[in-house]
Design a protein around this ligand. Structure first.
Ligand code: G1P
Length: 288
C-alpha cells in the first residue's frame, strides 16, 4: 500500500539557531528561494505522498502563515505581471493537502509524532525530520516499496564512525546488508554510549511506519533524556514483526546546526538549475 501521509515534526524551539530563530522558525529558513520545510515536502510528494501533517507549535505562527492563502499578495503579484511567482504560491497545498497540528509541550520526538495520529488516521505513514534534507525522493520511495513488500516498518540508516553513534538512534541488524541496501533489524537503541552500540548504522531522519506504530507511540514511557522517544516505539515493532533499514546513499544534508545549514545551502544551491552555475563560479573565484 502506498503511504499517503507524511508527518513533519516542526515544533522545536530551534535553540541551536538563536537569535535567528527568535522570530523566524528554522523550518522557514531559505534554501535558495524555498523555505527548508518545502524542500522536505517536495521530497515527500516525489515519493507519492499527498497529505502533509506538520506538527507545529502555537509559538510559531509563521509556519501557519506559510501555508495560508494570501489573496492580497496574489493580486499584487498578478497586477505586477509576476504570474509565475503567483502560480508558485497558489501551488502551495493545491495538489496536496496540509494539516497543521500542535504539540503544546515538548516531550520528545515520539510525543511529537503521536500528535499527528488523528490527522493521519490508522494507516501506514512516513515521518520526515526536517533537520535533514535529502537530494531526492529516491530513498523515501524505496523505503515505501520495502514497507509494502515486507509488511513491516522501515527506517533510513547511514553508517558513521563509531564515535558518532551516541548522538543518534542505532539499529541492531539481524543479518547482512543486501545489494540494494536493505538490512534486517531486530532491535534499536536511542543514543547508546559508543561501547554499547549494536552497530554503526544510525537512524537518519526518514521513517515509513506501519499503523501499529500509533499504539506503541501512545504507550511510550520516558526514555533517553527523560523524553518519549520514537526509537523506543520502533523497538517494540522490531521485536515482533519484520523491520528493515534502508541505507541512504543519496545526498543527505544535516541542517540541524548553523554550519550544517550553510553547507546544505551551498550543496543544494550547486544542484539548482538556476543558482548552480553562478554559485560554482563564485566559489571557484574565492579559491583562486
Ligand atoms: C532524533 C532521533 C534519533 C535520530 C535523529 C536523526 O534525534 O531521536 O534516533 O537518529 O533524530 O537526526 P535528535 O536529533 O532529535 O536528538
Amino acid at each position: 500500500m502506498q503511504v499517503r501521509s507524511a508527518v513533519i515534526p516542526a515544533a522545536g524551539l530551534g535553540t541551536r539557531f538563536l537569535p535567528a530563530t527568535k522570530a523566524v522558525p528554522k523550518e522557514l529558513f531559505p534554501i535558495g528561494d524555498q523555505p527548508a520545510i518545502q524542500v522536505v515536502i517536495d521530497e515527500a510528494l516525489g515519493a507519492g505522498i499527498d497529505h502533509i501533517v506538520v506538527v507545529s507549535s502555537r509559538a510559531k505562527p509563521a509556519i501557519d502563515a506559510y501555508f495560508a492563502p494570501d489573496e492580497a499578495l496574489l493580486a499584487a503579484l498578478d497586477d505586477k505581471g509576476k504570474h509565475d511567482t503567483a502560480e508558485r504560491l497558489r501551488a502551495i497545498g493545491r495538489d496536496w493537502r496540509v494539516s497543521i497540528v500542535y504539540q503544546d509541550n515538548p516531550k520528545g520526538l515520539g510525543h511529537a509524532v503521536g500528535c499527528a495520529h488523528e490527522a493521519v488516521g490508522d494507516e501506514p505513514f512516513a515521518v520526515l525530520l526536517p533537520d535533514e534534507l535529502m537530494g531526492s525522493s529516491a530513498l523515501l520511495a524505496q523505503m515505501n516499496g520495502v514497507c509494502a513488500s515486507t509488511g513491516g516498518s522501515v527506517v533510513a540508516v547511514v553508517e558513521v564512525q563509531p564515535h558518532e553513534v551516541s548522538s543518534y538512534g542505532v539499529i541492531d541488524p539481524s543479518g547482512p546488508l543486501s545489494d540494494d541496501g536493505v538490512i534486517p533489524v531486530r532491535d534499536l537503541v536511542e543514543k547508546p554510549p559508543m561501547d554499547e552500540a549494536p552497530s554503526n548504522f544510525i537512524l537518519t531522519g526518514r521513517y515509513v511506519l506501519t499503523a501499529d506504530a500509533w499504539s506503541e507511540i501512545a504507550a511510550l514511557q520516558p526514555g533517553r533524556g527523560g523524553e518519549l522517544q520514537l526509537t523506543d516505539a520502533l523497538r517494540a515493532q522490531a521485536s515482533r514483526a519484520p523491520f528493515h533499514g534502508v541505507v541512504a546513499d543519496i545526498g543527505r544534508y544535516d541542517t540541524g546546526n548553523p554550519l550544517g545549514f550553510l553547507t546544505a545551502s551551498i550543496e543544494l544551491g550547486l544542484a539548482s538549475p538556476e543558482l548552480g552555475g553562478p554559485l560554482r563560479r563564485f566559489l571557484s573565484d574565492l579559491q583562486t
